[in-house]
Design a protein around this ligand. Structure first.
Ligand code: AMP
Length: 396
Protein backbone atom coordinates (compact mmCIF):
# COMPACT_ATOMS: atom_id res chain seq x y z
CA UNK A 1 0.00 0.00 0.00
CA UNK A 2 1.41 3.37 -1.03
CA UNK A 3 1.26 5.39 2.18
CA UNK A 4 2.80 8.68 3.20
CA UNK A 5 5.29 6.75 5.31
CA UNK A 6 7.17 5.97 2.11
CA UNK A 7 8.38 9.53 1.50
CA UNK A 8 9.74 12.56 3.25
CA UNK A 9 7.76 15.70 2.51
CA UNK A 10 10.69 17.99 3.21
CA UNK A 11 10.62 20.78 0.63
CA UNK A 12 7.41 19.44 -0.91
CA UNK A 13 3.91 20.82 -1.23
CA UNK A 14 1.34 18.15 -0.35
CA UNK A 15 -2.12 18.56 -1.80
CA UNK A 16 -4.33 16.56 0.55
CA UNK A 17 -7.94 15.59 -0.12
CA UNK A 18 -9.55 15.41 3.32
CA UNK A 19 -13.17 14.86 4.31
CA UNK A 20 -13.97 17.94 6.38
CA UNK A 21 -17.70 17.58 5.72
CA UNK A 22 -18.53 18.35 9.36
CA UNK A 23 -21.93 19.34 10.77
CA UNK A 24 -22.29 23.06 11.60
CA UNK A 25 -24.98 24.71 13.74
CA UNK A 26 -26.79 27.94 12.78
CA UNK A 27 -23.89 29.99 14.16
CA UNK A 28 -21.39 28.02 12.05
CA UNK A 29 -20.02 26.24 15.12
CA UNK A 30 -18.81 22.71 14.44
CA UNK A 31 -20.98 20.25 16.37
CA UNK A 32 -18.85 17.16 15.70
CA UNK A 33 -15.20 17.51 14.66
CA UNK A 34 -14.40 13.80 14.30
CA UNK A 35 -13.73 14.10 10.60
CA UNK A 36 -11.20 16.87 11.24
CA UNK A 37 -9.37 15.13 14.07
CA UNK A 38 -9.24 11.93 11.99
CA UNK A 39 -7.07 13.72 9.40
CA UNK A 40 -4.65 15.27 11.90
CA UNK A 41 -2.06 12.45 11.97
CA UNK A 42 -1.53 12.80 8.21
CA UNK A 43 -1.30 16.59 8.31
CA UNK A 44 1.05 16.53 11.30
CA UNK A 45 3.41 13.97 9.73
CA UNK A 46 3.79 16.13 6.61
CA UNK A 47 4.37 19.27 8.65
CA UNK A 48 6.90 17.44 10.83
CA UNK A 49 8.77 16.41 7.69
CA UNK A 50 9.00 20.08 6.76
CA UNK A 51 6.42 19.91 3.99
CA UNK A 52 3.73 22.47 3.17
CA UNK A 53 0.10 21.34 3.45
CA UNK A 54 -2.70 22.35 1.09
CA UNK A 55 -6.06 20.97 2.20
CA UNK A 56 -9.07 20.51 -0.04
CA UNK A 57 -12.52 19.24 0.90
CA UNK A 58 -16.22 19.52 0.23
CA UNK A 59 -18.74 20.71 2.80
CA UNK A 60 -22.44 19.96 2.48
CA UNK A 61 -24.25 19.89 -0.82
CA UNK A 62 -24.14 23.37 -2.33
CA UNK A 63 -26.36 23.47 -5.40
CA UNK A 64 -25.64 26.86 -6.96
CA UNK A 65 -21.98 27.70 -6.64
CA UNK A 66 -20.49 29.70 -3.77
CA UNK A 67 -22.82 29.89 -0.74
CA UNK A 68 -21.69 31.37 2.58
CA UNK A 69 -23.42 28.60 4.52
CA UNK A 70 -21.15 26.01 2.92
CA UNK A 71 -17.92 27.98 3.06
CA UNK A 72 -14.93 26.16 4.51
CA UNK A 73 -13.80 29.48 5.99
CA UNK A 74 -16.01 28.58 8.98
CA UNK A 75 -13.57 25.77 9.77
CA UNK A 76 -10.41 27.89 9.85
CA UNK A 77 -10.49 28.92 13.56
CA UNK A 78 -11.07 25.38 14.81
CA UNK A 79 -8.53 23.86 12.44
CA UNK A 80 -5.98 26.43 13.62
CA UNK A 81 -6.73 25.42 17.23
CA UNK A 82 -6.37 21.72 16.45
CA UNK A 83 -3.05 22.23 14.64
CA UNK A 84 -1.87 24.87 17.11
CA UNK A 85 -0.85 27.12 14.28
CA UNK A 86 -2.42 29.63 11.95
CA UNK A 87 -4.17 28.22 8.89
CA UNK A 88 -4.29 30.26 5.68
CA UNK A 89 -7.47 30.30 3.63
CA UNK A 90 -8.02 30.72 -0.12
CA UNK A 91 -11.47 32.01 -1.11
CA UNK A 92 -11.56 29.75 -4.15
CA UNK A 93 -10.15 26.26 -4.67
CA UNK A 94 -8.72 27.16 -8.09
CA UNK A 95 -7.75 30.45 -9.76
CA UNK A 96 -5.20 33.16 -9.09
CA UNK A 97 -5.60 33.51 -5.33
CA UNK A 98 -5.28 29.78 -4.70
CA UNK A 99 -2.32 29.51 -7.06
CA UNK A 100 -0.50 32.45 -5.45
CA UNK A 101 -1.17 31.33 -1.88
CA UNK A 102 -0.04 27.78 -2.69
CA UNK A 103 3.10 29.12 -4.36
CA UNK A 104 4.01 31.30 -1.38
CA UNK A 105 3.35 28.56 1.16
CA UNK A 106 6.49 27.47 2.98
CA UNK A 107 7.39 24.22 4.70
CA UNK A 108 5.44 23.81 7.96
CA UNK A 109 2.57 26.03 6.76
CA UNK A 110 -1.06 25.08 6.08
CA UNK A 111 -3.49 26.40 3.48
CA UNK A 112 -7.18 25.43 3.35
CA UNK A 113 -8.98 25.83 0.03
CA UNK A 114 -12.62 26.88 -0.39
CA UNK A 115 -15.31 24.23 -0.91
CA UNK A 116 -14.60 22.04 -3.94
CA UNK A 117 -18.31 21.56 -4.59
CA UNK A 118 -18.73 25.25 -5.42
CA UNK A 119 -17.77 23.90 -8.82
CA UNK A 120 -20.10 21.42 -10.52
CA UNK A 121 -16.99 19.99 -12.13
CA UNK A 122 -15.97 18.41 -8.83
CA UNK A 123 -18.80 15.88 -8.64
CA UNK A 124 -18.77 15.41 -12.40
CA UNK A 125 -15.17 14.25 -12.18
CA UNK A 126 -14.13 16.88 -14.72
CA UNK A 127 -10.59 16.28 -15.93
CA UNK A 128 -9.72 19.91 -16.70
CA UNK A 129 -10.88 20.98 -13.22
CA UNK A 130 -8.83 18.17 -11.64
CA UNK A 131 -5.80 19.31 -13.63
CA UNK A 132 -6.20 22.88 -12.32
CA UNK A 133 -6.32 21.58 -8.76
CA UNK A 134 -3.29 19.39 -9.39
CA UNK A 135 -1.15 22.45 -10.17
CA UNK A 136 -1.35 23.53 -6.53
CA UNK A 137 0.85 20.78 -5.10
CA UNK A 138 3.60 18.40 -6.10
CA UNK A 139 2.45 15.36 -4.12
CA UNK A 140 -1.17 14.17 -3.95
CA UNK A 141 -2.42 12.55 -0.75
CA UNK A 142 -5.89 11.08 -0.40
CA UNK A 143 -7.07 10.85 3.19
CA UNK A 144 -10.80 11.23 2.55
CA UNK A 145 -12.18 7.75 3.15
CA UNK A 146 -15.72 9.13 3.46
CA UNK A 147 -15.71 10.03 -0.25
CA UNK A 148 -13.48 7.23 -1.53
CA UNK A 149 -16.49 5.60 -3.22
CA UNK A 150 -16.99 8.67 -5.42
CA UNK A 151 -15.18 9.19 -8.71
CA UNK A 152 -14.97 12.95 -8.23
CA UNK A 153 -12.31 15.29 -9.55
CA UNK A 154 -10.47 15.66 -6.24
CA UNK A 155 -10.96 12.10 -4.98
CA UNK A 156 -9.98 10.07 -8.02
CA UNK A 157 -9.54 11.91 -11.36
CA UNK A 158 -6.76 14.15 -10.02
CA UNK A 159 -4.48 11.20 -9.22
CA UNK A 160 -3.50 10.79 -12.89
CA UNK A 161 -1.61 14.08 -12.70
CA UNK A 162 0.65 12.64 -10.01
CA UNK A 163 1.74 9.34 -11.60
CA UNK A 164 4.75 8.98 -9.32
CA UNK A 165 3.64 11.07 -6.36
CA UNK A 166 0.28 9.84 -5.03
CA UNK A 167 -0.23 8.28 -1.62
CA UNK A 168 -2.81 7.20 0.93
CA UNK A 169 -2.91 9.23 4.12
CA UNK A 170 -2.96 7.46 7.49
CA UNK A 171 -6.75 7.55 7.85
CA UNK A 172 -7.31 5.94 4.45
CA UNK A 173 -4.67 3.32 5.21
CA UNK A 174 -6.19 2.50 8.60
CA UNK A 175 -9.70 2.26 7.18
CA UNK A 176 -8.60 -0.09 4.40
CA UNK A 177 -6.47 -2.24 6.68
CA UNK A 178 -9.26 -2.62 9.24
CA UNK A 179 -11.83 -3.48 6.58
CA UNK A 180 -9.41 -6.07 5.20
CA UNK A 181 -8.91 -7.50 8.66
CA UNK A 182 -12.62 -8.32 8.77
CA UNK A 183 -12.97 -9.49 5.17
CA UNK A 184 -9.86 -11.60 4.79
CA UNK A 185 -7.96 -13.63 7.29
CA UNK A 186 -10.15 -12.64 10.21
CA UNK A 187 -10.04 -14.70 13.40
CA UNK A 188 -13.11 -16.97 13.69
CA UNK A 189 -15.89 -16.96 14.63
CA UNK A 190 -16.69 -13.92 12.49
CA UNK A 191 -19.98 -12.26 13.34
CA UNK A 192 -21.74 -9.54 11.38
CA UNK A 193 -24.41 -7.55 13.18
CA UNK A 194 -26.71 -5.79 10.75
CA UNK A 195 -29.44 -3.36 11.68
CA UNK A 196 -30.98 -0.09 10.65
CA UNK A 197 -34.13 0.64 8.80
CA UNK A 198 -34.09 -1.06 5.42
CA UNK A 199 -32.92 -4.40 4.16
CA UNK A 200 -32.78 -2.95 0.64
CA UNK A 201 -29.93 -0.59 1.65
CA UNK A 202 -27.79 -3.41 2.94
CA UNK A 203 -28.72 -6.35 0.78
CA UNK A 204 -25.53 -6.30 -1.26
CA UNK A 205 -23.44 -6.25 1.88
CA UNK A 206 -25.47 -9.05 3.48
CA UNK A 207 -25.08 -11.08 0.32
CA UNK A 208 -21.31 -10.59 0.25
CA UNK A 209 -21.00 -11.33 3.97
CA UNK A 210 -22.86 -14.62 3.71
CA UNK A 211 -19.76 -16.00 1.98
CA UNK A 212 -17.57 -15.03 4.91
CA UNK A 213 -19.33 -14.93 8.27
CA UNK A 214 -20.09 -17.64 10.81
CA UNK A 215 -22.92 -15.68 12.43
CA UNK A 216 -25.21 -13.14 10.82
CA UNK A 217 -27.28 -11.19 13.33
CA UNK A 218 -30.12 -9.11 11.94
CA UNK A 219 -31.98 -6.58 14.09
CA UNK A 220 -33.49 -3.14 13.71
CA UNK A 221 -36.30 -2.21 11.36
CA UNK A 222 -35.06 -4.55 8.65
CA UNK A 223 -35.88 -7.60 10.78
CA UNK A 224 -39.64 -7.04 10.30
CA UNK A 225 -39.38 -7.72 6.59
CA UNK A 226 -38.07 -11.18 7.56
CA UNK A 227 -40.88 -11.65 10.12
CA UNK A 228 -43.46 -10.66 7.53
CA UNK A 229 -41.93 -12.99 4.94
CA UNK A 230 -42.31 -15.82 7.46
CA UNK A 231 -46.03 -15.06 7.63
CA UNK A 232 -45.95 -13.35 11.02
CA UNK A 233 -47.96 -10.42 12.32
CA UNK A 234 -45.84 -7.31 12.47
CA UNK A 235 -48.53 -4.70 13.20
CA UNK A 236 -47.44 -1.32 11.88
CA UNK A 237 -43.70 -2.08 12.05
CA UNK A 238 -41.41 -0.95 9.27
CA UNK A 239 -41.58 -3.32 6.32
CA UNK A 240 -40.53 -3.49 2.69
CA UNK A 241 -43.31 -5.48 1.08
CA UNK A 242 -41.39 -5.80 -2.18
CA UNK A 243 -38.46 -7.43 -0.37
CA UNK A 244 -40.22 -10.42 1.17
CA UNK A 245 -38.80 -12.84 -1.40
CA UNK A 246 -35.39 -11.34 -0.83
CA UNK A 247 -35.67 -12.01 2.90
CA UNK A 248 -36.57 -15.63 2.19
CA UNK A 249 -33.66 -16.03 -0.21
CA UNK A 250 -31.24 -14.63 2.40
CA UNK A 251 -32.60 -17.20 4.84
CA UNK A 252 -32.06 -19.98 2.29
CA UNK A 253 -28.59 -18.81 1.33
CA UNK A 254 -27.57 -18.68 5.00
CA UNK A 255 -28.79 -22.26 5.39
CA UNK A 256 -26.95 -23.42 2.27
CA UNK A 257 -23.72 -21.79 3.41
CA UNK A 258 -23.97 -23.03 6.98
CA UNK A 259 -24.22 -19.50 8.34
CA UNK A 260 -25.92 -19.18 11.72
CA UNK A 261 -28.62 -16.56 10.98
CA UNK A 262 -29.98 -14.94 14.12
CA UNK A 263 -33.19 -12.92 13.93
CA UNK A 264 -35.09 -11.32 16.83
CA UNK A 265 -37.17 -13.69 18.97
CA UNK A 266 -39.02 -10.91 20.73
CA UNK A 267 -39.47 -7.17 20.32
CA UNK A 268 -40.12 -4.03 22.28
CA UNK A 269 -43.35 -2.73 20.80
CA UNK A 270 -45.01 0.67 21.03
CA UNK A 271 -48.42 2.12 20.20
CA UNK A 272 -46.77 5.15 18.55
CA UNK A 273 -43.43 6.22 17.10
CA UNK A 274 -42.64 8.34 20.16
CA UNK A 275 -40.38 8.25 23.19
CA UNK A 276 -43.39 8.47 25.53
CA UNK A 277 -45.50 5.87 23.71
CA UNK A 278 -47.13 3.00 25.57
CA UNK A 279 -44.74 0.02 25.30
CA UNK A 280 -44.75 -3.73 25.71
CA UNK A 281 -42.93 -6.85 24.59
CA UNK A 282 -44.18 -9.21 21.87
CA UNK A 283 -42.80 -12.40 20.35
CA UNK A 284 -41.65 -12.06 16.76
CA UNK A 285 -44.59 -12.61 14.42
CA UNK A 286 -47.10 -11.83 17.17
CA UNK A 287 -47.18 -8.05 17.18
CA UNK A 288 -50.78 -6.85 17.66
CA UNK A 289 -52.47 -4.64 15.08
CA UNK A 290 -51.67 -0.94 15.46
CA UNK A 291 -48.47 -1.66 17.43
CA UNK A 292 -44.97 -1.42 16.00
CA UNK A 293 -41.65 -3.01 16.90
CA UNK A 294 -39.06 -0.37 17.73
CA UNK A 295 -36.34 -2.38 19.48
CA UNK A 296 -35.20 -5.95 20.04
CA UNK A 297 -36.68 -7.58 23.15
CA UNK A 298 -34.94 -8.98 26.28
CA UNK A 299 -34.81 -12.61 25.08
CA UNK A 300 -33.22 -11.46 21.81
CA UNK A 301 -30.68 -9.34 23.66
CA UNK A 302 -29.61 -12.46 25.54
CA UNK A 303 -29.23 -14.64 22.46
CA UNK A 304 -27.52 -11.94 20.34
CA UNK A 305 -25.15 -11.04 23.21
CA UNK A 306 -24.11 -14.67 23.66
CA UNK A 307 -23.22 -14.97 19.98
CA UNK A 308 -21.25 -11.72 20.13
CA UNK A 309 -19.44 -12.83 23.30
CA UNK A 310 -18.09 -15.93 21.54
CA UNK A 311 -16.90 -14.02 18.46
CA UNK A 312 -13.30 -13.22 17.63
CA UNK A 313 -14.10 -10.76 14.85
CA UNK A 314 -17.15 -8.50 14.79
CA UNK A 315 -18.54 -6.17 12.14
CA UNK A 316 -21.43 -3.99 13.26
CA UNK A 317 -23.50 -1.91 10.87
CA UNK A 318 -26.83 -0.45 11.89
CA UNK A 319 -28.66 -0.03 15.21
CA UNK A 320 -30.94 -2.69 16.76
CA UNK A 321 -33.77 -0.23 17.31
CA UNK A 322 -34.70 3.43 17.28
CA UNK A 323 -31.73 4.26 19.53
CA UNK A 324 -32.25 8.01 19.07
CA UNK A 325 -35.18 7.69 21.53
CA UNK A 326 -34.11 6.59 25.01
CA UNK A 327 -37.11 4.25 25.35
CA UNK A 328 -35.90 2.21 22.39
CA UNK A 329 -32.12 2.32 22.77
CA UNK A 330 -31.85 -0.55 25.28
CA UNK A 331 -31.23 -3.27 22.67
CA UNK A 332 -28.61 -1.24 20.80
CA UNK A 333 -26.86 -0.37 24.08
CA UNK A 334 -26.85 -4.02 25.16
CA UNK A 335 -25.25 -5.05 21.87
CA UNK A 336 -22.69 -2.25 22.24
CA UNK A 337 -21.90 -3.63 25.72
CA UNK A 338 -21.50 -7.14 24.30
CA UNK A 339 -19.21 -5.87 21.53
CA UNK A 340 -17.12 -3.93 24.08
CA UNK A 341 -16.85 -7.00 26.31
CA UNK A 342 -15.76 -9.24 23.44
CA UNK A 343 -13.23 -6.58 22.40
CA UNK A 344 -11.81 -6.52 25.90
CA UNK A 345 -11.37 -10.27 25.71
CA UNK A 346 -9.33 -9.88 22.51
CA UNK A 347 -11.84 -9.79 19.66
CA UNK A 348 -11.41 -7.31 16.81
CA UNK A 349 -14.50 -5.11 16.42
CA UNK A 350 -15.16 -2.79 13.50
CA UNK A 351 -18.05 -0.37 13.74
CA UNK A 352 -19.39 0.72 10.35
CA UNK A 353 -19.91 4.45 9.97
CA UNK A 354 -23.19 6.31 10.08
CA UNK A 355 -25.76 5.35 12.67
CA UNK A 356 -23.81 2.58 14.39
CA UNK A 357 -20.95 5.02 14.92
CA UNK A 358 -23.45 7.59 16.21
CA UNK A 359 -24.90 5.03 18.62
CA UNK A 360 -21.50 4.02 19.99
CA UNK A 361 -20.63 7.72 20.37
CA UNK A 362 -23.95 8.39 22.15
CA UNK A 363 -23.09 5.66 24.68
CA UNK A 364 -19.58 7.10 25.13
CA UNK A 365 -18.10 3.77 24.04
CA UNK A 366 -15.98 4.77 21.06
CA UNK A 367 -12.80 3.79 22.93
CA UNK A 368 -14.19 0.40 23.91
CA UNK A 369 -14.31 -1.00 20.38
CA UNK A 370 -11.34 -1.68 18.10
CA UNK A 371 -12.15 0.78 15.32
CA UNK A 372 -14.96 3.11 14.35
CA UNK A 373 -15.02 3.76 10.62
CA UNK A 374 -15.43 7.34 9.40
CA UNK A 375 -16.99 6.20 6.13
CA UNK A 376 -20.61 5.07 5.90
CA UNK A 377 -21.24 4.49 2.20
CA UNK A 378 -17.56 3.98 1.41
CA UNK A 379 -17.18 1.20 3.97
CA UNK A 380 -20.36 -0.53 2.80
CA UNK A 381 -19.18 -0.48 -0.81
CA UNK A 382 -15.71 -1.72 0.11
CA UNK A 383 -17.21 -4.53 2.17
CA UNK A 384 -19.51 -5.43 -0.72
CA UNK A 385 -16.36 -6.15 -2.69
CA UNK A 386 -16.53 -3.08 -4.93
CA UNK A 387 -13.38 -1.31 -6.01
CA UNK A 388 -13.50 2.24 -4.60
CA UNK A 389 -12.51 4.85 -7.24
CA UNK A 390 -10.47 6.79 -4.66
CA UNK A 391 -8.51 3.68 -3.77
CA UNK A 392 -8.07 2.49 -7.35
CA UNK A 393 -6.72 5.87 -8.43
CA UNK A 394 -3.85 5.65 -5.97
CA UNK A 395 -3.14 1.96 -6.58
CA UNK A 396 -2.96 2.01 -10.38
P1 AMP B 1 -29.85 2.98 8.52
O1 AMP B 1 -29.62 4.39 8.12
O2 AMP B 1 -30.50 2.13 7.50
O3 AMP B 1 -28.62 2.32 9.15
O4 AMP B 1 -30.95 3.03 9.66
C1 AMP B 1 -30.73 3.68 10.86
C2 AMP B 1 -32.04 4.10 11.39
O5 AMP B 1 -32.88 2.97 11.55
C3 AMP B 1 -31.96 4.76 12.74
O6 AMP B 1 -32.31 6.10 12.60
C4 AMP B 1 -32.96 4.00 13.59
O7 AMP B 1 -33.78 4.84 14.36
C5 AMP B 1 -33.78 3.28 12.57
N1 AMP B 1 -34.41 2.06 13.10
C6 AMP B 1 -33.82 1.05 13.74
N2 AMP B 1 -34.71 0.15 14.15
C7 AMP B 1 -35.93 0.58 13.75
C8 AMP B 1 -37.25 0.09 13.88
N3 AMP B 1 -37.51 -1.06 14.51
N4 AMP B 1 -38.24 0.82 13.34
C9 AMP B 1 -37.98 1.98 12.69
N5 AMP B 1 -36.76 2.50 12.55
C10 AMP B 1 -35.73 1.80 13.07
Amino acid sequence: MKTIDQISFSGKKALIRVDFNVPLDENFKITDDNRMTAALPTIEKILRDGGAVILMSHLGRPKDGPTDKYSLKHLVPHLSDLLKQEVEFANDCIGEEAVNKAKELEGGEVLLLENLRFYKEEEKGDKAFAEKLSKLGDVYVNDAFGTAHRAHASTAVIAQFFPDAKYFGYLMAAELQNAEKVLNGSAKPLTAIMGGSKVSDKIQLIDALLDKVDNLIIGGGMAYTFAKADGGNIGTSLVEMDKLDLALSIRQKAKDKGVNLLLPLDNVIADAFANNAKTGVAKTGEIPDNWMGLDIGPETVKVFSEAVAESKTILWNGPMGVFEMDTFMVGTKAIADAVAEATEKGAFSLIGGGDSAAAVAKFGMTDEVSYVSTGGGALLEYMEGKELPGVKAINE
